[in-house]
Design a protein. Structure first.
Length: 364
């Protein structure tokens, strides 16, 4: 059987890793996953599910070791293609060396974020990273972009030919995020955020947006996730004396229960993110979403239809958007928004994504 070998940096929870977990569960016989640097919850989940995976425990200085191990299994495992999931310069180098060592193997680059997210703004790093990426684009068999926004950024900022890039939207196992009929308590609003706790994710803006109270409505917020910015966010919550309204529950593999308890999903990222799997998961359960107008957000949210797109990146603008959801809840129009959210999510099924990916990679 012909298989695809996916190369990732780590097995911790993140958008890239969750995407690969979804691919593995949907098509376990045709996909193998190698984690170069370290394990994590996604790696452990793959092991439990019986998905073919391997941990290399390699550092940035062990490129040759990783390369040799990949080439060793190319023939033995009937590997027809290798997908490099783009989140590490080491992986970019491996992609280049793979094509030079074995011209017959297909190598694809999976771009999960905006061009400016993985290319530094200035300095020698910018020059090196740009050259590496352009060589990858030239020698690889194709670049897979997770949204039109990511594709446009690579074409315009990276000066890469449009026909070299295939857009394949991230997919979600929608059967695990079924629509949930929520009670319409007009005097209470439950907000949920799911994702990594990083500065560019904008959770600090969400916390500041909730400082000002809403008239005749008690608002609470559950933050699901972990990251390097976690302690600073907790300190901010304590400083603002909001510990009764904002709850941190850490990183969770199963987030459905938290989505069911919420009335709205807020995604306050201030960077141009590539897609946003968590938004689709939330929409599938019937949650309207609020997000700043960044990256691929307009491809997921239609303003005032299945959520709200916030044009100004500020706490005040986000506060007003949350206030709109409270009004929609009070006048009953939130039911229509919930239905629209679920309908939109159906466009991003895991089955559709995996089918499109495998046909593209295998040239069918």
């Amino acid at each position: 059987m012909e298989r695809i070998l996916h190369i990732l940096w780590s097995g911790e929870i993140g958008g890239i890793e969750k995407l690969c977990l979804n691919i593995g569960k949907e098509s376990p016989k045709k996909n193998i996953f190698w984690f170069v640097n370290r394990e994590g919850q996604v790696y452990e989940e793959m092991c439990r599910e019986g998905i073919k995976t391997r941990l290399l425990n390699a550092s940035n200085f062990q490129i040759i070791k990783v390369l040799d191990e990949i080439l060793e299994v190319v023939d033995k495992k009937e590997i027809r293609a290798i997908i490099i999931h783009h989140d590490s310069v080491m992986l970019w180098i491996i992609a280049l060396m793979l094509k030079r060592r074995n011209k017959h193997i297909k190598v694809f680059i999976y771009a999960h974020s905006d061009y400016s997210y993985f290319i530094p703004e200035k300095g020698m790093k910018k020059i090196i990273y740009e050259r590496l990426f352009k060589k990858n684009a030239l020698f690889s068999d194709g670049i897979i972009a997770i949204s039109e926004s990511v594709k446009d950024s690579i074409v315009k900022k990276g000066n890469i030919a449009s026909n070299k890039i295939k857009v394949i939207y991230n997919g979600v196992p929608l059967q695990n995020f079924k629509y949930y009929e929520r009670k319409n308590d007009k005097n209470r609003l439950n907000i949920v955020y799911v994702g990594r706790l990083l500065e560019e994710k904008g959770i600090q803006i969400l916390i500041n947006a909730l400082c000002e109270k809403y008239e005749e409505c008690e608002v609470s917020c559950t933050i699901v996730g972990d990251g390097v910015y976690s302690e600073k966010l907790k300190e901010l919550v304590n400083y603002k004396k909001m510990d009764k309204n904002v709850k941190f529950v850490g990183s969770q593999m199963d987030v459905y229960g938290y989505l069911k308890e919420a009335d709205v999903f807020v995604h306050p990222a201030i960077c141009d993110e590539g897609f946003g799997i968590t938004l689709v998961e939330a929409m599938s359960t019937g949650l309207p979403c609020i997000a700043f107008n960044k990256g691929a957000i307009p491809e997921l949210i239609s303003n005032n239809v299945n959520g709200i797109i916030v044009e100004e990146t500020s706490a005040m603008a986000l506060h007003e958007a949350i206030g709109k959801i409270i009004e929609f809840k009070k006048n009953g129009s939130i039911k229509k928004m919930r239905d629209e959210a679920t309908e939109k999510a159906q466009l991003f099924s895991c089955n559709k994504m995996v089918d499109t990916l495998q046909k593209y990679v295998f040239g069918e």
